[in-house]
Design a protein around this ligand. Sequence first.
Ligand SMILES: [Zn+2]
Length: 436
Amino acid sequence: MDSLRVLRYALAEGRLMFRDRQALEHHAKRLSTRQLRWVAAHSPFTAQRFRQAGLPPSEWRHLPPTGKTEMMTHFDALNTEGVRLEDVLRVARRAEDSRNFTPTVTGRSGALTVGLSTGTSGMQGAFLVGREDRLRWAGVVLRHLLPDWPGGLWRPHRVAFLLRAEGGLYRSVQGRRLHFHFLDLLRPLDQLVAELSALNPTILVGPPSVLLALLQAGATARPQRVVSVAEVLDDEDAHALTVGFGPVVQVYQATEGLLALPCPHGELHLNEAHLHFDLEPLPDGLMRPVVTDLRRRAQPIIRHRLDDLLLLGDACSCGLAARRVLRVVGRQDDALELPSQDRSGRVVVWPDFLRGALARITGLHDYRLDQCGPHELRLQLSPLTAETEALAVQAVQVALRLHGVDVAAVQFECGPLVAEAPGVKRRRVRRTWRAA
Ligand SMILES: [Zn+2]
């Protein structure tokens, strides 16, 4: 029965891939009216937000945004299933420890899938997904990711997921012709390489850092489609994966929802048929999204500000009306903050610019850049040679100077690249220092 519902959602999704912007907005408005009325009546925390702002649910677009901290602090009153955070955390952690990923808690509507987000700083996020939300998610993903829709439905597909914690979510799509294989990231690399090569999946899904590590360790596979998830996909990595495995597309998913999906032309589009995006402009053309999920009910996401920054592109050649994401620039709290040339204060430098500068250095295979103090940058380089060190420092200095940073005041510390713990989300550029 579940696979029939997934198929129904996948077929319905075809009608939601609007080519007319007005039709898309009309559809989203209709969903939002119903969703906001329901959520305000069933989520005590959301009702309280409306009361505090003195707004009726119809005025939801004026609601002051919340963030991950509030979402976790008010988890018990935010969800509409009467589930407590402590129960979710207990179940999810036990599942991660035992590497047995079918964690559920029981809410008002029945069994709910739970999971933890791989937060690298600050508070760990927990998510809660109801049955209907899960089946719809599976249908939407299926419709957008199957390379040969709809014929692909009748051909056998082997889908390999390389994930830290598979989560019950991905199980939903299991069908007669779709075979899902979960390769646990915490297993030794040589075992993963052997398994992936033997499986030779038609669709390969995983974080780009892991897919690259497998490629470099000798994995062979010729999938029809490589799907990058969970991390920012750099152009250089996309290129290496295309050459090594096959065509790469990106899915942008977070605890907050399925935010963007690839189109038939391989570009990333906001998932505007199911989520509403308000965009807050920042310097350098960047946008910070405030999202409202127009469907999700167990854990409503209403005017929720994301950590990530986006750069949006012009209309896409595929003709879809949903806006195109040129790149997911990364988390705002990873932006460097360095002293300015005119000594007036501090300058913000987005990770994307530094990734761009470091990616162009010939002979440098990989790197990490961390702002570990008010004036201190730590560079980890692979390989670390006198030449890569000189070129890397110079490239970063040029990028910083362009942004108006007082480069003479910035100290560099260089060392060899230290491997990250398995399963840790990779961020090549980050700021671990926090102003007091
Ligand atoms: Zn497109």
